[in-house]
Design a protein around this ligand. Structure first.
Ligand SMILES: Cc1cc2nc3c(=O)[nH]c(=O)nc-3n(C[C@H](O)[C@H](O)[C@H](O)COP(=O)(O)O)c2cc1C
Length: 366
C-alpha cells in the first residue's frame, strides 16, 4: 500500500523520496575547533540515509566562528569546511537521500561549553578561556550566559553577508537545500522576539522591524541559490512566554517568508526564554505547524516527539504537515524510516539492496 509518508515530495526542482526526514541535530563532534566535519559526521549522516530517511538536514552550522554555539560546532566560512561537507553530501546521495544544511548564528547563546566540553555544560566560555564576545540585537543576556554586545548596523550587514557566503559554499558542496536557523533563541530568533530585542532602530519595535534581519537574509540567500533549490526556514512558533513570540506572529511571519521565496517552514518552538513553560508531549508542536500551514498557505514540516510510524503517517495523511521530522528516535534507531515503511506495509521500503536479504529472511522466519 502506498502511504502518504512514503510518497515523494517536490519543492522547486528537488524531489525527495519520502516525507520522513531527519532534523538538524548538533553533534559537538568537531575535534580541532576548526568547524570541519570528522568521520563521526560522515557516519552519523550516512546512517540515516542508509536507514531510509528521505532527507537529512545537517546540524546547526556556524556562518562565522562567533556564530557557533560551542567550539565543537560545524562551520561553513571557509573552503576546507566546504570540501569536507562535500564528502558527506556524496555519501548521502549515494544512499538515495537528499541533504540540506542548517545555516546558523547562535547570537547571545554562542560561546558555551557543550556537554563534553572543558567546562560546565551550557555555561559561557570566558574570552580568556578561548571563548569569544557574543552578540545580539540588544545587550540583554540569556539567563546566566554572558552579556552580548548589541550589533550595530554595519555588523548586521556583516551577518547577512556571512549567511550568503555560507549558502554559496553549501551550493558548491552539493547540498540540495538550505535551512536558515530562525529558531531556539539564536540570533535571528533574538531579533524576532520582543523578549530579546529592545532596539529602537529599523531592526526593533514593530513586527516588520523585528523580521527585517531574517527577511534580508532570506532575500540575499535566495538570490544566491540556483532557482530550483529549495530554501527552508526553521522558526520557533511560540516563545511559550508572556510578551514573547506568539503563534499569530509566526503565521504572519510565515506569510512574509512565502512572499520572499521560502519554500517550507520548519516549525519548532521555544529556546528564547529560560522561564518558558513548554507542554512537552507526543507531537506537541504539530498543532503549531498546522496553524502555520493553514494560516500562511506555505508547506510546513512538523517536529517534536513524533516517534511512532502510525503517528507520523497520520500527520501527513490528514494534512497536518507536509513533512515529518524525526530527531531523537532516529538517533535511537537510524533505520527508523525502514522500520516505519515495514510497519505501514509500504511495498517498496527504502532498504539498500545489500541489506534486503536481512528483511526477506525475517519475513520467511516469521
Ligand atoms: C542532540 C540534539 C541536537 C539538536 N541540535 C539542533 C540543531 O542543531 N538545530 C536545531 O534547529 N535543532 C536542534 N535540535 C532539535 C531537533 O532538531 C528537534 O527539533 C528536537 O529534538 C525535537 O524533535 P524529536 O522529539 O524528534 O527529537 C537538537 C536536538 C537534539 C536531540
Amino acid at each position: 500500500m502506498s502511504r502518504t509518508l512514503f510518497q515523494p515530495i517536490t519543492l522547486r526542482d528537488l524531489t525527495v523520496r519520502n516525507r520522513v526526514w531527519v532534523p538538524p541535530m548538533c553533534q559537538y563532534m568537531v575535534e580541532k575547533g576548526d568547524g570541519v566535519p570528522t568521520p563521526w559526521h560522515l557516519m552519523h549522516y550516512g546512517s540515516f540515509a542508509r536507514g531510509g530517511a528521505g532527507a537529512v538536514i545537517v546540524e546547526a552550522t556556524g556562518v562565522t566562528p562567533e556564530g557557533r554555539i560551542s567550539p565543537q560546532d560545524l562551520g561553513l566560512w571557509n573552503d576546507a569546511q566546504r570540501d569536507a561537507l562535500g564528502g558527506i553530501v556524496d555519501l548521502v546521495h549515494s544512499l538515495g537521500a537528499a541533504i540540506g544544511i542548517q545555516l546558523a548564528h547562535a547570537g547571545r547563546k554562542a560561546s558555551t561549553y557543550s556537554e563534553w566540553g572543558n567546562g560546565a555544560p551550557g555555561t559561557s566560555i570566558a574570552v580568556e578561556d578561548d571563548g569569544w564576545q557574543t552578540v545580539g540585537p540588544s545587550a540583554t543576556a540569556f539567563g546566566d550566559l554572558a552579556e552580548p554586545l548589541a550589533l550595530d548596523e554595519a555588523a548586521i550587514d556583516g551577518v547577512v553577508e556571512a549567511f550568503v557566503a555560507s549558502a554559496r559554499r553549501a551550493v558548491e558542496a552539493g547540498m540540495d537545500m538550505i535551512e536558515i536557523h530562525g529558531a531556539h533563541g539564536y540570533l535571528i530568533h533574538e531579533f524576532l522576539s520582543p523578549l530579546s530585542n529592545s532596539r529602537t532602530d529599523q531592526y526593533g519595535g514593530s513586527a516588520e522591524n523585528r523580521a527585517r534581519l531574517l527577511l534580508r537574509i532570506v532575500d540575499a540567500v535566495r538570490a544566491e541559490l540556483p532557482e530550483g533549490m529549495p530554501l527552508l526556514v526553521r522558526l520557533s512558533a511560540t516563545d511559550w512566554a508572556e510578551g514573547g513570540v506568539q503563534i499569530e506572529d509566526t503565521v504572519q511571519l510565515a506569510g512574509w517568508l512565502r512572499e520572499h521565496g521560502v519554500d517550507m517552514v520548519d516549525i519548532s518552538s521555544g529556546g528564547n526564554s529560560p522561564d518558558a513553560l513548554i507542554p512537552v508531549g507526543p507531537g506537541y508542536q504539530t498543532p503549531l505547524a498546522t496553524a502555520v500551514k493553514q494560516g500562511a498557505g506555505i508547506p510546513v514540516s512538523a517536529v517534536g516527539m513524533i516517534d511512532e510510524p502510525r503517528q507520523a503517517e497520520q500527520i501527513t495523511a490528514t494534512g497536518l504537515a507536509d513533512v515529518v521530522l524525526v530527531g531523537r528516535e532516529f538517533l535511537r534507531d537510524p533505520s527508523f524510516a525502514i522500520r516505519a515503511a515495514l510497519a505501514l506495509n509500504v511495498q517498496d521500503a527504502p532498504i539498500p539492496a545489500p541489506y534486503r536479504r536481512a528483511y526477506r529472511q525475517r519475513v520467511l522466519a516469521g
